[in-house]
Design a protein around this ligand. Structure first.
Ligand SMILES: Nc1ncnc2c1ncn2[C@@H]1O[C@H](COP(=O)(O)OP(=O)(O)OP(=O)(O)O)[C@@H](O)[C@H]1O
Ligand SMILES: [Mg+2]
Length: 330
């Protein structure tokens, strides 16, 4: 949908109509919480929430593998891992959708090369059509609905929960086999909502860097997943080391943290990705760094990580698991 509410045109000249679904708004910003609402209004609202949750269950049932990328720590490379993994999976022939659940700092449009897209298409039946990048990755992000990249989203937790539920209820992922969810840092509203709203969430993929401070925070994320009974699929250690031009290795953020977390939480360490400035350049340009620099060590390590990720995820057989809300796929 276009935040401006006007029809817009994307790069290919395709008309983008405003979605029927508006970004959630406070019904009466001036009113005290719950003030002035009749029982009927409250009952109607609850009915709508139930109907949306039913739609979420229906849509999510059609996607075999749903993985949220989690790290309680900011800036460790969650979004880089999500975007690059999505494109690597697409190149392996998988149909991939990405849901950007980072409303305050949505980076998926940029990292997937879709920052030019303004607004999302909606069909007559009200379903939202994701934007699709040149590698075939489908994306839904609040970032695609904002009037500019700098426009802030100022939402409280309840509004974010509503937005996640509605976007998942109305988006038609068009045959996606994988849904990757990019989460903001922390273990708050978005993480909880994703875990509780998506039935049969295959699991969380943990991302960390080797620093002690990151280790402590990422352990919290792992404990959070366990508490919610969501499987931990694996851990990716990013920025693990830097290989100097003379071939020597510098452990800039320390060493051994991911191994420790993997052991403690009994999750596979899927890969240790080095620091490579070309990763930042490529992700900022919305192109997969492993295609730009296929001979780089980072590319080789990343693609091996992606292969192991697929192995782990698909070993789950696309079966349902109980969501924290107790709902279950059939
Ligand atoms: N291995 C790496 N080598 C070099 N740069 C990297 C590497 N991994 C990520 N980066 C860069 O580091 C920056 C932060 O990464 P990213 O935005 O993916 O982190 P994040 O965990 O999603 O952050 P946030 O918590 O704010 O969502 C980006 O500019 C990204 O391109
Ligand atoms: Mg991010």
């Amino acid at each position: 949908m276009s935040a401006s509410g006007m029809s817009e045109t994307n790069e290919g000249g395709q008309e983008r109509k405003p979605s029927r679904m508006a970004l959630p708004q406070r019904s009466n910003p001036g009113a005290a919480p719950g003030g002035g609402q009749s029982y009927r209004e409250i009952a109607e609202r609850m009915k709508k929430v139930q109907e949306e949750q039913r739609l979420v269950v229906e849509r999510m049932r059609q996607i075999p593998y749903k993985v949220a990328v989690l790290s309680a720590k900011g800036g460790v490379g969650k979004s880089f891992v999500t975007a690059s993994l999505a494109m690597a999976l697409a190149m392996m022939g998988k149909v991939v959708g990405v849901f950007d659940a980072d409303f305050h700092g949505p980076s998926m449009p940029l990292m997937l090369g879709l920052s030019q897209v303004k607004g999302l298409l909606a069909r007559d039946d009200g379903s939202i059509v994701p934007a699709v990048n040149v590698y075939g990755v489908r994306l839904v992000s609040v970032g695609l609905m904002l009037p500019s990249e700098e426009a802030p989203v100022i939402w409280r937790g309840s509004l974010k929960t509503t937005a996640i539920r509605q976007l998942l209820a109305y988006t038609d992922w068009e045959g996606a086999e994988y849904l990757l969810i990019d989460l903001p840092p922390g273990t708050g509203d978005e993480q909880l909502t994703i875990a509780q709203t998506i039935p049969g969430l295959t699991g969380f993929l943990l991302v960390t860097i080797p620093s002690d401070v990151s280790k402590v925070v990422v352990k919290k994320a792992a404990a959070f997943a366990q508490k919610l009974n969501v499987p931990l699929l694996g851990i990716v250690e990013n920025m693990s080391y830097f290989r100097c031009p003379d071939g020597s290795v510098q452990y800039i953020f320390g060493k051994g943290a991911a191994e420790e977390i993997a052991k403690e939480f009994n999750v596979p360490l899927l890969g240790q990705i080095p620091i490579d400035p070309r990763i930042r350049e490529a992700t900022d340009a919305g192109v997969p760094f492993f295609l730009e620099y296929p001979d780089s060590e980072a590319a080789k390590v990343f693609l091996e990580m992606a292969r192991r990720f697929v192995e782990v995820v698909e070993s789950k057989g696309g079966k349902s698991n109980k969501g924290a809300n107790g709902s279950e796929e059939s």
